[in-house]
Design a protein around this ligand. Structure first.
Ligand SMILES: *Cc1c(COP(=O)(O)O)cnc(C)c1O
Length: 386
């Protein structure tokens, strides 16, 4: 089952192309809700598009191959990253407990705190430093929930070590791999049980859709996820499945460019006098650099920084940028700047934001695939106005 081909080859030739009946190089967009049956309950494996759709199948195969080229795995696609994340929480029951990394994606924490809590599922947040997993473990803990690098502070969690500790206790390990993409990091190979993505970001990569996916290796776990997917019904449309798959064709190529550009920019930002704090796992002085060097192939396309002047400085920086548009989201071909304090993390209680280090002066850059020199000129010009 091991696929020996290179990653770019797999991304371009994934999911059984060409299509058999017509020779279509790309999988057709099967824009249908239902499928004709030759007799009652006699069909070709497709009954209803909430349950199965061939375009979605192609996407699900592709994400599984990306995350797990060396062992069989199952992908399931969802209508958003949050839909995928919430499907995972449906594995739990009232009385269960989640141990989560402390600076999780704001929407995930909101789901845990505002929705899951109502159903009797509790969550503890921890930085998961030495001894903390043991200290936070409860008899009813079922899931260790990790993100690495985290959003927006780019903290790194040692996936392999934490997974071993969680497995000793019989917990499932979930890794939100959105920031790294499967090109840079493969949590299943590090032992994790469930990988989840907002495919909205790098996987689709063009800021033109919202989607999510889950990849697991275990057949039983997959059956449960598929049951939840069909029962809850938060599936992507055939068109969005097609677009996500089209994004995957260039994912390895794009990731190299995102990383090249981010490395180029961090080198220059590091010596700019207006930059007061610079977070990028590729920097030798970053607290997670050593672990990131082990578990990631490169360090990704996201940079967070604080500039002189706190929130006012951040506002001025954003206002003076031309190529970096101010917007939520990340991972698209175009560069974006985000102010977590007022945007992505506004729903996170202020005390928690400050506790984890999301300050009002912090901005997050999603470095696109434009020419690096142009991006630097844009940043440098805007920084020099501060
Ligand atoms: C965007 C994002 C999500 C949520 O995904 P949606 O597609 O917006 O629902 C979850 N986790 C991370 C790390 C994200 O960046």
């Amino acid at each position: 089952m091991t696929d020996q081909r290179g990653e770019s080859t797999r991304a371009v030739h994934t999911a059984g192309d060409p299509e058999e009946t017509t020779g279509s190089v790309q999988p057709p967009i099967f824009q249908t809700s239902t499928y004709v049956q030759s007799d009652f309950a006699v069909h070709q494996g497709y009954e209803y598009s909430r349950t199965q759709n061939p375009t979605r199948d192609a996407l699900e195969t592709a994400v599984a191959e990306l995350e797990s080229p060396d062992a069989p795995a199952h992908g399931s696609a969802f209508s958003s990253g949050m839909a995928a994340i919430s499907a995972i929480t449906q594995l739990l029951k009232s009385g269960d407990h989640i141990l989560a990394a402390s600076d999780l994606y704001g929407g995930t924490a909101r789901l845990f705190d505002e929705i899951m809590a109502k159903f009797g599922v509790s969550t503890t947040y921890s930085e998961l430093g030495p001894g903390e997993l043991e200290a936070c473990a409860q008899d009813n803990t079922r899931i260790l929930w990790l993100e690495s690098p985290t959003n927006p502070l780019l903290n790194i969690h040692d996936i392999e070590t934490l997974t071993k500790q969680a497995h000793e206790r019989g917990w499932l390990v979930v890794v939100d791999n959105t920031f790294a993409s499967p090109v840079l990091q493969r949590p299943l190979q590090l032992g994790a049980d469930i990988v989840v993505h907002s495919t909205t970001k790098y996987i689709a990569g063009h800021s033109d859709l919202v989607g999510g996916c889950i990849v697991v290796r275990d057949d039983g776990l997959n059956e449960q996820i598929r049951f939840i997917q069909n029962t809850i019904g938060s599936v992507p449309s055939p068109l969005d499945s097609f677009l996500t798959l089209r994004g995957i064709r260039t994912l390895p190529l794009r990731m190299e460019r995102h990383c090249d550009n981010a490395e180029f920019l961090t080198e220059r930002l590091a010596s700019h006098p207006k930059v007061t704090r610079l977070l990028y796992p590729g920097l030798a002085q970053h607290s997670g650099h050593e672990v990131a060097s082990r578990q990631m192939r490169r360090f990704g396309g996201i940079i967070s920084l604080e500039v002189e002047g706190g929130e006012a400085g951040a506002r001025k920086l954003a206002a003076n940028l031309v190529l970096f548009a101010t917007a939520e989201s990340l991972g698209g071909v175009e560069s974006l700047i985000n102010h977590p304090w007022t945007m992505t993390h506004a729903a996170t209680p202020e005390a928690r934001r400050l506790e984890v280090g999301v300050t009002s002066g912090l901005v997050r850059l999603s470095v696109g695939i434009e020419d690096a020199e142009d991006l630097w000129n844009d940043l440098n010009n805007a920084l020099n106005t501060l």
